[in-house]
Design a protein around this ligand. Structure first.
Ligand code: ADP
Ligand code: MG
Length: 761
C-alpha cells in the first residue's frame, strides 16, 4: 500500500478523485448493495474499468468482508485484462498478484490474497465448466458489453440462469455506450446508472476536406498499394461476393458513392475522389496524413485505427522507411494489438520526449478498452476486421468491413481527452452517413460451431433451446447448420452429445476444423507441417502473384507443389524453405526469388508458436517446439489429416479428355482460382479435392485444394461410400497403432472401433 503521505500516493489519490466515476461512487455502491444486477454506462475513460471494481473491493474491506470477497471482472481481450490489472495494482501501490491479479489463457498472476481478478471472458466461461455455481465468487463484473462479443452474449445467458441459484451473487454490467436499456430489460429491468463524462470537442475531417487541406491527389495507383495488385484484385472479388451476400451496409455505401456529387469541393478534389477505392485501406494516404500532422500540426499524440495485426505491421514497415515518419528523433512509432509484448504495451501510455511525436497504430481495441491519454489526433480508416457469416451459404469470411456510426464516433472521441482534437476520417462524409448505427452483435454474424461445442461441454442442454434465450437470438438456420456440421465432423453424435473428439475440440479455442487437424496432427506425428497448414489457413496465402510476373510467380509456386496436387503442401514446403533461409540470413532473398510475402510467413510463424503452446496447455503435446516432430512431409499422412479437417469442404473430380469437371454437393460445378496449383493442369490424378474456402463471384471458386483418394476420404472425411478399401484401411490402421499417443487413448480407441466396423461392413 502507499504511504498516505508519500507524494506519489497523494498524486494517485488525487488522480483517482478527478475521474468522473468518483462523483458517482456512493450511488454506485448503494445500487450494488441493493440490487442483484445493475447496468453502468459511461464514456470511455470515465473510470468504469479501473475504478468501479476498486470501489467494491474497498467497501468490502471497510465492511470487514475483505477476506471473504472475490470479485471477477471480465475483459473481452487478453491485453486489456493484463493492462488494466497492472494499472489497478499500481493505483493501489501494490505489486500485481497481491490483492489484484489477472488470468488470461496461458498466463496469469494472482496470489492467495488476490480478491480482485481481471480475466478474459473466455477464462470465466472455462471456470464455469468446472464450477457451475461460481462458488465463493461474490461479484461478477462483465465489462465492455456494448461490443456485443459472442463470448459476452454467451456469458450473459449463463449468468442469467445462475442468478436464482446464487441469490447473494452480484452482477454488474458495464457499457461505454448509451444502450443500457437493452441489457437492463434482459435482466428483468435492472437499474441503470450513467456516469456523465467530459471530453473536449473534436473536429471531424472527412476525405474531401483532407484532400482540400493537404492538397493530396489520389490516383488509382495510390489505392492499390496495400497488398500488391493481385491481392487487391482478390480482395475486391471477395469483397464483391461479400457485399452481394450479406451486407446492406456495404451496398448502401456503394449507393451513397454512386449518387454523391461532392458539390462543395474544388474540381481537383472531385477528380481525386473519383479515384478513391473503397476496398483499399490506402497506406499512402495514411502516410500522407501523418506527415501533414507531424509537419504542420500542434503537439499531441496520434492514434491511427487500422483493421488488424497484419496491416498494422505492413504500415509500420512502410512508415519506418519514410524520411520524416521513420526518424526516431521526430517520431515514436508504436503498434498496439492483442499479441504484443507487455514491455511494448507500456510505452503506449508513456509520454514521449519533448519534440518527439507519438504515433500509435492500433486496432479497434483502442476504441474503448484502452485509453491513451495524450491523444490529440485520430486517423480512422473506417474499417475493422470482423467475421461475418451467411447462414444460407454457410460460408464464413473474415474481411475488413465498414464500421458503424457508433464506432466512428467512439474513434473520434479518443482525440478529445486532454484538449480539443482533430479526427481524420479517410472516407467521404456520404460514406459515413451510410454506415449502420450500431454493429451487428457477433452472435448474429459468426458461425456457431465453436460456441455450440462450448454449450455442450458446459452441459447447458439443447443448443437451439439455449441460444434461443440470448439477448438477440441467432437465426434457427444458423444454429441448425452448426449442429449438422458438428455431427458431420464427428464432434457430436446423433443425439447431440459430445463425442471424445468433440470434448477435445471444445477445449481448443480455435475453429473446430482447425482443432481437428491439430489433434490429428499430434496423433499421427505430423504436427509440425500440420501447424503450418492450419496457420496458413488462418492468416492468408503467402504466395504473391503480381500481374506483370504472373507466369514466373505461378511456376515458382508450382515448384513447391511438385506433383502433390496440393496448395497446402506447397505452402508447407515454401514455409520450411523460408525457415531454412532465415537461419542463413537469406530469408529476404528467398521470398523475393519465390514470390512470397515475408510478412505473411512471419505471421504464420508466430501463429504456429501460439498453436503449439495451446496444445501444450491442453496436454495434447509435451515436447519443445523445435523437436516436437519431424518437419518432413509424409504426403499420404498429410492428405489424410488435411482431409479430416477440411471435410465437408469437398468436390469431386472428373477428368475428361480436354478438361476437368469439378462439382460440390451444394453448388454444382465449381472452378479453381487461377493461382491454385491444381488450376490449369491437364489431369488431377485424384477423385476428390478437399478445400478450405470457396468464394462466390459469378461462379463459385475454390481458393485452395488438396487431392485425396477414396480411401482417405472414407476413413477421414465421412460416409461417402466407394469400394475397394481393405488394404488401405489396414495400412492406415497400422499408422494409428504405431503413432498412438497415451493422452489420446480414448480417441484412438473410438477411431479404431470405427475402423473395425468399417472393415467388417
Ligand atoms: P473506462 O473503463 O471508463 O473507459 P478506465 O477505468 O479504463 O475508464 O480509465 C480511467 C482513466 O484512468 C483513464 O481516463 C486514464 O486516464 C487512466 N488510465 C487507465 N489506464 C491507464 C494506464 N495503463 N496508464 C495510465 N493511465 C491510465
Ligand atoms: Mg473500460
Amino acid at each position: 500500500m502507499f504511504q498516505e503521505e508519500s507524494p506519489e500516493g497523494q498524486k494517485m489519490i488525487e488522480f483517482r478523485r478527478s475521474l468522473p466515476a468518483y462523483k458517482e461512487k456512493d450511488v454506485l455502491l448503494k445500487a450494488v448493495s441493493e440490487n442483484q444486477v445493475i447496468v453502468v454506462s459511461g464514456e470511455t475513460g470515465c473510470g468504469k474499468t479501473t475504478q468501479l471494481p476498486q470501489y467494491i473491493l474497498e467497501s468490502e474491506i471497510e465492511a470487514a468482508r475483505g477476506a471473504a470477497c472475490s470479485i471477477i471482472c471480465t475483459q473481452p481481450r487478453r491485453i486489456s485484462a493484463m493492462a488494466v490489472s497492472e494499472r489497478v495494482a499500481a493505483e493501489r501501490g501494490e505489486k500485481l498478484g497481491e490483492s489484484v491479479g489477472y488470468k488470461v489463457r496461458l498466463e496469469g498472476m494472482r496470489g492467495r490474497d488476490t480478491r480482485l481478478l481481471f480475466c478474459t471472458t473466455g477464462i470465466l466461461l472455462r471456470r464455469l465448466l468446472l464450477d457451475r455455481n461460481l462458488k465463493g465468487v461474490t461479484h461478477v463484473i462483465v465489462d465492455e458489453i456494448h461490443e456485443r462479443g459472442m463470448n459476452e452474449d454467451f456469458l450473459l445467458i449463463v449468468l442469467r440462469d445462475l442468478l436464482p441459484r446464487r441469490p447473494e451473487l452480484r452482477l454488474i454490467l458495464m457499457s461505454a455506450t448509451l444502450n443500457a436499456e437493452l441489457f437492463s430489460s434482459y435482466f428483468g429491468g435492472a437499474p441503470t446508472i450513467h456516469i456523465p463524462g467530459f471530453t473536449y470537442p473534436v473536429r471531424a475531417h472527412f476525405l474531401e476536406n483532407i484532400l482540400e487541406i493537404t492538397g493530396y491527389r489520389l490516383t488509382p495507383y495510390n489505392q492499390i498499394d496495400d497488398y500488391g495488385q493481385e491481392k487487391t484484385w482478390k480482395m475486391q472479388k471477395q469483397a464483391q461476393a461479400f457485399k452481394k451476400r450479406k451486407s446492406q451496409i456495404a451496398s448502401s455505401v456503394e449507393d451513397a458513392l454512386e449518387v454523391a456529387d461532392f458539390k462543395g469541393c474544388s474540381s481537383r478534389t472531385r477528380e481525386s475522389l473519383s479515384c478513391w477505392n473503397p476496398d483499399s485501406i490506402g497506406f499512402n494516404l495514411i502516410e500522407h496524413v501523418l506527415c501533414h500532422i507531424v509537419k504542420k500540426e500542434r503537439p499531441g499524440a496520434v492514434l491511427v485505427f487500422m483493421t488488424g495485426w497484419d496491416d498494422i505491421n505492413s504500415l509500420k514497415d512502410q512508415l519506418q522507411a519514410h524520411p520524416i515518419l521513420g526518424d526516431p528523433c521526430r517520431v515514436l512509432l508504436l503498434a498496439c494489438h492483442g499479441s504484443m509484448a507487455s514491455s511494448e504495451q507500456r510505452l503506449i501510455f508513456d509520454k514521449p520526449e519533448d519534440g518527439v511525436r507519438k504515433i500509435v497504430l492500433a486496432t479497434n481495441m483502442a476504441e474503448t478498452s484502452i485509453t491513451i491519454n495524450d491523444v490529440v489526433f485520430v486517423v480512422d480508416c473506417g474499417k475493422a476486421k470482423e467475421t461475418s457469416y451467411d447462414a444460407l451459404n454457410n460460408t464464413p469470411c473474415l474481411l475488413p468491413s465498414w464500421i458503424s456510426k457508433a464506432a466512428a464516433r467512439q474513434r473520434k472521441g479518443r482525440a478529445g481527452r486532454v484538449q480539443p482534437g482533430e479526427c481524420y476520417h479517410l472516407y467521404p462524409r456520404c460514406v459515413y452517413d451510410a454506415f449502420a448505427d450500431y454493429q451487428l452483435p457477433e452472435l448474429l454474424r459468426t458461425p456457431l460451431q465453436s460456441l455450440s461445442l462450448q454449450i455442450k461441454s458446459l452441459q447447458l442442454g439443447s443448443i437451439s433451446e439455449f441460444l434461443s434465450r440470448a439477448l438477440q437470438p441467432p437465426e434457427p438456420l444458423s444454429v441448425q447448420n452448426a449442429v449438422e456440421y458438428l455431427k458431420l465432423i464427428g464432434a457430436l453424435d446423433e443425439h447431440e452429445n459430445l463425442t471424445v473428439l468433440g470434448r477435445h475440440l471444445s477445449v481448443l479455442p480455435v475453429e473446430p476444423k482447425l482443432g481437428k487437424m491439430l489433434i490429428l496432427g499430434t496423433i499421427f506425428n505430423c504436427l509440425d507441417p500440420i501447424m503450418t497448414v492450419v496457420a496458413g489457413l488462418s492468416v492468408r496465402d503467402p504466395f504473391l502473384i503480381p500481374f506483370d510476373k504472373k507466369d514466373l510467380a505461378e511456376s515458382a509456386k508450382a515448384q513447391f507443389a511438385g506433383r502433390d496436387c496440393s496448395d497446402h503442401l506447397a505452402l508447407v514446403r515454401a514455409y520450411n524453405g523460408w525457415k531454412d533461409a532465415e537461419r542463413q540470413q537469406s530469408g529476404h532473398e528467398y521470398c523475393w526469388k519465390n514470390f512470397l510475402s515475408a510478412q505473411t510467413l512471419k505471421a504464420i510463424d508466430s501463429l504456429r508458436k501460439q498453436f503449439f503452446y495451446l496444445l501444450k496447455d491442453t496436454g495434447l503435446v509435451d515436447k519443445q517446439i523445435e523437436n516436437c516432430n519431424s518437419r518432413s512431409i509424409d504426403e499420404h499422412l498429410m492428405r489424410a489429416v488435411i482431409c479430416a479437417g477440411l471435410f465437408p469442404g469437398l468436390c469431386s473430380v472428373v477428368n475428361k479428355e480436354k478438361s476437368i469437371t469439378l462439382k460440390t454437393m451444394e453448388d454444382g460445378q465449381v472452378l479453381l482460382y487461377s493461382n491454385s496449383v491444381n488450376a490449369g493442369v491437364p489431369k488431377i490424378p485424384y477423385p476428390w479435392l478437399v478445400f478450405n474456402e470457396k468464394v462466390k463471384v459469378n461462379s463459385v471458386f475454390l481458393r485452395d485444394s488438396t487431392g485425396v483418394s477414396d480411401s482417405v476420404l472414407l476413413l477421414f472425411g465421412g460416409n461417402i461410400e466407394r469400394g475397394g478399401l481393405d488394404g488401405h484401411l489396414k495400412m492406415l490402421g497400422g499408422y494409428l497403432e504405431f503413432f498412438m499417443k497415451p493422452t489420446l487413448g480414448d480417441m484412438y480407441l473410438s477411431l479404431k472401433r470405427e475402423l473395425e466396423e468399417l472393415i467388417q461392413n
